[in-house]
Design a protein around this ligand. Structure first.
Ligand SMILES: [Zn+2]
Length: 483
């Protein structure tokens, strides 16, 4: 159904107003809040579509905020496509559909599966699949199709009010984001919503504040729009295209990590922005430098590579953009799901502590255990047997440091801030666990009992499932009278 975001105007006026809008909005001042998540009277939707030369054009467009008053669907059916772990520590992507009648929900399910297969073969989702859950919510509409498809004036009664020609822009698919969020709430959790509009017409959009991307379900190129818009909405990335209009920016440094007023030499000197990437070459996007033309200005703002997903569809992210997407994944999650002993707890020596880590698909996390600040040689696994730790005094501090060593992040300050986590436990000597016959002494009788049960799991002092040298070590360490 049409709403405030889908007011129709005659085509000639639409084109004129879009051109006016490009001029008015296309060169936002650095104080422009286009990427600010904080409240604006209007929300911002990104519509970035290829021009004749394949380079994107468009940019941020202000649209009315969706009203939430009638946005209640109750519990809609949902299917989980990927379950990697608890939603509290995962990024939950939720597909919702609009313009699908109940008899069309099968084709909706099929096309969502196809789009997800494409998406998960794309970085950073490919390497960090284990950090995501994915769900599909089945939303039923009264009519088939969406508004203004293919031309203005064709109106459909759909659950999420999707439509082309939003703000007079043919390819811009707006929707009622409050309704989309309500529908997505039928899934166990949602962090980012992908709205599949029942159409073959090319289009899409990205709502920054609302974490909603729209795309045309049956147009194979439209998912590329969604992947680009996720760069805006999830990665807070700037567009790397310009309007080729001779415009020149002369304001202060711009905030987004993938655009800068600095030349390559200035950036190498300052060490800021994407300095660690300069000179690095990646497949498809090529060698990183500082290329003139970005963020809608032809001059005065630079981008990291000649071309990439924030400039053209169908390309990968360049290094700084992929780095920022990975940082955002880590900001939203922890590398540790759980530990066998509660974090920050006091643990009796002899306990085996095992960490349940969230391992990326492409590489392993680095684990480093240390005792009282000293790294324990060879302790690089998810488990540590505290029985073998030697320390003086009543207690010791055991620390696990997790680091994501990915080469897709080159900014070591970002790695230290967001790709490094530490967890600690306090280790205290066990009560006399080695006094097997409980006579107040750890002596040759206990030694005989332990050796007699070697390999069986009986007298397994450190509870690691077997009776072995680690248990013998505990016993010999406790030799004598029990405290
Ligand atoms: Zn864009």
């Amino acid at each position: 159904m049409p709403d405030a975001t889908q007011t129709l105007r005659p085509l000639a006026v639409c084109v004129a107003s879009f051109l006016a809008m490009s001029l008015a909005l296309g060169h936002p001042a650095s104080s422009d809040a286009a990427l600010d998540r904080d409240g604006q009277p209007k929300t911002t939707v990104f519509g970035c579509f290829p021009g004749a030369d394949g380079i994107l054009t468009g940019g941020p467009v202000p649209v009315a905020t969706s009203a939430a008053d009638d946005a209640s669907f109750g519990n809609l059916p949902f299917t989980t496509l990927l379950s990697s772990g608890p939603s509290s520590n995962r990024i939950d992507l939720v597909f919702v559909g609009d313009g699908f009648q109940s008899a069309q929900l099968g084709s909706y399910a099929t096309v969502v599966e196809q789009r997800w297969l494409t998406m998960k073969a794309t970085e950073p989702y490919l390497s960090y699949l284990t950090y995501f859950n994915v769900h599909r919510v089945d939303v039923t509409s009264i009519d088939s199709g969406v508004d203004n498809d293919p031309t203005p004036g064709i109106l459909k009664n759909t659950a999420l009010d999707s439509g082309f020609w939003c703000q007079g822009i043919e390819r811009l698919i707006c929707a009622n984001t409050a309704k989309a969020q309500n529908a997505a709430s039928s899934a166990p959790d949602w962090d980012q919503i992908l709205l599949a509009a029942n159409s073959t017409k090319y289009g899409g959009a990205g709502y920054i504040t609302e974490d909603v991307c729209t795309f045309s379900a049956f147009n194979t190129s439209s998912l590329q729009v969604a992947l680009h818009e996720l760069g805006h909405s999830f990665g807070n990335l700037a567009d790397e295209y310009d309007y080729a209009d001779g415009s020149s920016y002369s304001g202060p440094e711009v905030p987004e990590p993938n655009v800068s007023i600095q030349t390559q030499a200035a950036m190498e000197s300052s060490g800021t922005k994407w300095a660690p990437w300069i000179g690095i070459s990646l497949p498809v996007v090529g060698t990183h430098g500082a290329f003139q033309g970005a963020r809608y200005y032809q001059f005065g703002i630079r981008r990291p590579t000649s071309n990439s997903l924030m400039r053209s569809l169908g390309l990968p992210f360049n290094g700084p953009c992929l780095e920022q997407m990975i940082v955002e994944i880590h900001k939203a999650t922890k590398m540790l799901d759980a530990a066998s002993s509660p974090l920050n707890s006091t643990v009796e020596q002899g306990t085996v502590i095992t960490a349940t880590t969230v391992e990326p698909v492409s590489h392993a996390l680095t684990k480093e255990w240390s005792l009282n600040g000293v790294v324990i040689p060879g302790a690089i696994g998810i488990s540590i047997d505290t029985a073998v730790l030697a320390f003086a005094g009543p207690s010791a501090s055991l620390r696990l440091k997790l680091i994501d060593p990915t080469t897709q992040v080159r900014n070591e300050a970002l790695r230290a801030s967001w790709l490094t986590e530490t967890y600690t436990w306090t280790i205290v000597p066990a009560a006399c666990v080695a006094d097997l016959n409980e006579n107040g002494l750890v002596d040759s009788v206990d030694l005989g009992l332990l050796l007699g049960s070697w390999g069986t799991g009986l007298h397994d002092l450190n509870s690691d499932g077997t009776t072995n040298a680690a248990d013998l070590s505990i016993l010999l360490g406790a030799w004598g009278a029990c405290p």
